[in-house]
Design a protein around this ligand. Structure first.
Ligand SMILES: C[S@@+](CC[C@H](N)C(=O)[O-])C[C@H]1O[C@@H](n2cnc3c(N)ncnc32)[C@H](O)[C@@H]1O
Length: 279
C-alpha cells in the first residue's frame, strides 16, 4: 500500500523487514511478560508457562513490575539530563507508562523508535502509535544492528549525531554468550551513539536473590523464552566503556527509587539495572 504524500519518511511501514508470521503455538516472551503485567495480549500457551513460573516463584511478577517502574524512572532521568531521543530494543507489548508516554509527558518533542521481533508486540505498538508522529515501531531482530539502525523508521526519526538513550531492558537475557555475544550486540549500537548518550540495561540474575531465579530460568529451558541468568560482573561487562551513573549497577528497586522503602527491598529482586553514560 502506498503512503500518503504528507507522511514523513520515518512513518514508512517496516512490516516487510521480517516475517509477519505470528507463532501462537509456542510461548512468547513478549506475551508472557504482558500477562504478568496484567495485559490482555497473551494466548493460552503463554499463560500456561507464565502460570507455571508463578507457581515456581510468584516473585517473577514482582520483577516484571519493578522493571517497568525502573523504565519510567530511568526515562525521566534521561529527559532531565537533556536526552530527547530514545531507541528501545525489545520494547515489548505496550503497557502502562511506555517510553514515549513518559518522555513526551515531559517534552512532547521527544522522539522514540521502538524495535521488537514479536508480531503481536509490533501490531499493538503500531495501533498505539498511529497518531504519534514522533514515535515508530520497527519489526526486526535486534541482533541485526545494521538492519535496525538503517531502517527508515529508526534512521529517519533519530538523529545519531545527537545523544540518544538506548534501552535494552529485560531482553539481553534471551541471548546466550555463544553464538550471540550480547556484549558485542550492544557494542555495535554503542559505536553508533554520540558522546553523552545513555545505555539503559536491565537483566535477570541469580546473584543475591530471594527469588528462585535458577528454577524460573530452568522452566524456560528449550523455549525461545529461555532466560540466561548473568552475574553482576557479567552485566557490568555488557556496558563496555559506558560509565554507570549513580548508584551504579544495582538491584532494580534500588535505582533512584521514588520511595526509599523500595531500595531496601531491592536486594531481593533477581534483576540488575544500570543507566550508563557514553563517553
Ligand atoms: C521481557 S520483554 C521486555 C519488554 C520491555 N523491554 C520491558 O523491559 O518492559 C522482552 C521483549 O524482547 C523481545 N525480543 C526478544 N528477542 C528479540 C530479538 N531478537 N529482537 C528484538 N526483540 C526481541 C520480545 O519479543 C519481548 O517483547
Amino acid at each position: 500500500m502506498g503512503r500518503a504524500m504528507s507522511e514523513p519518511d520515518w512513518q514508512v511501514d517496516s512490516r516487510d523487514a521480517v516475517s509477519q508470521d505470528i507463532d501462537l503455538e509456542r510461548p512468547s516472551a513478549a506475551r508472557m511478560y504482558d500477562y504478568w503485567l496484567g495485559g490482555a495480549a497473551s494466548q493460552a500457551v503463554d499463560r500456561e508457562l507464565a502460570d507455571e513460573m508463578i507457581a515456581i516463584d510468584p516473585g517473577v511478577v514482582e520483577i516484571a513490575r519493578a522493571n517497568r517502574s525502573f523504565l519510567r524512572r530511568a526515562v525521566r532521568y534521561c529527559v532531565a539530563n537533556g536526552i530527547r531521543q530514545f531507541l528501545d530494543l525489545g520494547s515489548g507489548i505496550p503497557t502502562v507508562g511506555n517510553v514515549h508516554e513518559v518522555a513526551q509527558q515531559v517534552d512532547p518533542a521527544c522522539r522514540i523508535a521502538y524495535v521488537d521481533i514479536d508480531g503481536i508486540a509490533v501490531a499493538h505498538s503500531r495501533a498505539l502509535l498511529r497518531n504519534n508522529p514522533l514515535a515508530t515501531i520497527t519489526q526486526a531482530d535486534l541482533r541485526e544492528s545494521r538492519t535496525v539502525l538503517s531502517a527508515p523508521t529508526v534512521a529517519g526519526l533519530l538523529d545519531f549525531s545527537q545523544p540518544v538513550a538506548l534501552l535494552a531492558l529485560m531482553v539481553l537475557q534471551y541471548f546466550p554468550d555463544l553464538p550471540d555475544h550480547p556484549a558485542d550486540i550492544l557494542a555495535r549500537y554503542r559505536a553508533h551513539l554520540a558522546p553523552g548518550s545513555f545505555l539503559l540495561v536491565s537483566h535477570v540474575t541469580n546473584d543475591e536473590t530471594a527469588i528462585d531465579m535458577s528454577a524460573l530460568a530452568a522452566a524456560t529451558a528449550g523455549a525461545s523464552t529461555h532466560a540466561h541468568l548473568r552475574s553482576r560482573a557479567q552485566i557490568v561487562e555488557l556496558l563496555g566503556d559506558a560509565e554507570p551513573v549513580d548508584p551504579g549497577v544495582v538491584a532494580v528497586q534500588a535505582w533512584r527509587p521514588d520511595d526509599p522503602r523500595q531500595a531496601r527491598a531491592g536486594a531481593l529482586t533477581g534483576c540488575y539495572v544500570a543507566v550508563a553514560k557514553v563517553p
